[in-house]
Write a protein that binds this ligand. Structure first.
Ligand SMILES: Cc1cc2nc3c(=O)[nH]c(=O)nc-3n(C[C@H](O)[C@H](O)[C@H](O)COP(=O)(O)O)c2cc1C
Length: 99
């Protein structure tokens, strides 16, 4: 089982939660990675870290983390979520149980 935790955490609280989840999920047969969304991933308002997006197709479970900003996720997290549109279109995430 492979688990990825993707989060944005400008002041570190969500990062602590991501760390706690990673520690709680860790087992000999479970791989857990943490990927922090950072400002450099965003160009002209778009999430451009294609390496991370491509990596995410190989995980069995994804955990998302964002602070609440004005009642929603942060703009940076939303940019990441927007960038996953093609993965969703290809059904590389949900509903695919054959990997
Ligand atoms: C611009 C801004 C907007 C925020 N809006 C909300 C909000 O609508 N509701 C809320 O409960 N907290 C809000 N917060 C508080 C953050 O969600 C909270 O401090 C969070 O733990 C920060 O996470 P981080 O340490 O991972 O960056 C806001 C903080 C900032 C800076």
């Amino acid at each position: 089982m492979k688990i990825a935790i993707i989060f944005h955490s400008p002041s570190g609280t969500t990062k602590q939660l991501a760390q706690a989840i990673a520690e709680g999920a860790a087992q000999p047969d479970i791989e857990v990675i943490q990927a922090e969304i950072v400002g450099a991933d965003i160009e002209d308002g778009r999430f451009r870290n294609t390496e991370l997006l491509q990596q995410l197709t190989r995980f069995d479970a994804l955990v998302f983390g964002s602070p609440t900003y004005m009642g929603s996720v942060t703009a940076q997290f939303k940019a990441f979520a927007d960038a996953t549109r093609e993965l969703w279109e290809q059904q590389n995430w949900a509903f695919n149980t054959d990997r």
